[in-house]
Design a protein around this ligand. Structure first.
Ligand code: NAP
Length: 256
């Protein structure tokens, strides 16, 4: 398995071993990529160092709050200087204030709406802009999204609206960056039990609902997201850009 041999990548969004970013990072690493990692704030530093450290003591690990332009600039300056170029970027970052993920969407505050879109959607634009100058041989940018972008999923609320912005941003970025052979795609994952997911009211019921109603009668496994992430990063996906790929055991096709 050396589909990504020689590729250099950066991963945003590892919080702990359950993070989807960690599943995809492990798959990219197994496929031969060399990776840099970022974490948000000191709270997660130790977690990320422990996980990413298993890839080698020289693994680059840097702080990056994706709402801060100066931190984004510093990350790409440092990674660019150490790697010389970049081939892969994983955006696996999302946040909305907890009270916006309960109750009614109609009550979403201006501030919750702003924060959710800043962290979960605008950040893809900012990171793509930071990475593009280093993707001199072309590249693959992969972002994580969810079905709540296109259909109403109770409690997902403002995060669904932010994911719709993320998916639309993916298409506009794919158009802008295509001439530079930089591809931009989203993986729309079925529910996975992670820290972020547990912030959504009724998340356990969502897992049960998928198991009962998805054509494959089960939930997606993190390793399966890793495999799709590797495919999108590989030359096998060289003609795929601007897409949302559903990795949800088929749930998205169902009408009822
Ligand atoms: P996770 O492990 O909690 O990862 C979310 C990551 O976003 C965390 O590392 C979190 O750091 C980071 N983050 C939040 N605000 C940030 C900021 N301002 N700057 C930098 N990083 C920030 O949960 P996950 O489920 O793997 O989520 C990863 C992605 O998959 C998200 O885009 C999510 O919407 C998407 N997704 C998840 C599911 C699911 O069911 N789990 C399904 C479809 C799509 P902190 O912990 O410090 O906030």
């Amino acid at each position: 398995m050396s589909q990504l041999a020689g590729k250099l990548g950066i991963v945003f969004g590892v919080a702990n071993k359950r993070s989807i970013a960690w599943a995809i990072a492990q798959a990219w690493h197994r496929a031969g990529a060399r990776l840099a990692f970022t974490y948000q704030g000191e709270r997660l530093k130790e977690n990320v160092e422990e996980l990413a450290g298993t890839f080698g003591a020289d693994t680059i690990i840097l702080p990056c709050d994706v709402t801060k332009d100066d931190e984004i600039a510093r990350v790409f300056a440092e990674v660019g200087a150490k790697f010389g170029k970049l081939n892969l970027l994983l955006h696996s970052v999302a946040f909305a204030p907890k009270d916006a993920l309960e109750g009614e969407f109609v009550n979403t505050s201006r501030e919750a709406f702003r924060v959710a879109h800043d962290v979960s959607a605008y950040s893809l634009v900012a990171l793509a802009r930071g990475a593009a100058p280093f993707m001199t041989d072309g590249g693959s940018i992969v972002a994580m999204t969810y079905y709540g972008a296109e259909k109403v999923v109770p409690h997902y609320n403002v995060m669904g609206v932010a994911k719709a912005a993320l998916e639309a941003s993916t298409r506009y970025l794919a158009y802008d960056l295509g001439p530079r052979k930089i591809r931009v795609n989203c993986i729309s994952a079925g529910p996975v039990n992670t820290l972020a997911a547990r912030g959504i009211a009724g998340f356990t019921d969502m897992l049960k609902h998928y198991e009962a109603h998805a054509p494959l009668k089960r939930n997606v496994l993190p390793d399966e997201l890793g495999a799709t992430g590797t495919f999108l990063a590989s030359d096998g996906a060289a003609a795929i850009t601007g897409q949302v790929l559903y990795v949800d055991c088929g749930y998205q096709i169902m009408g009822m």
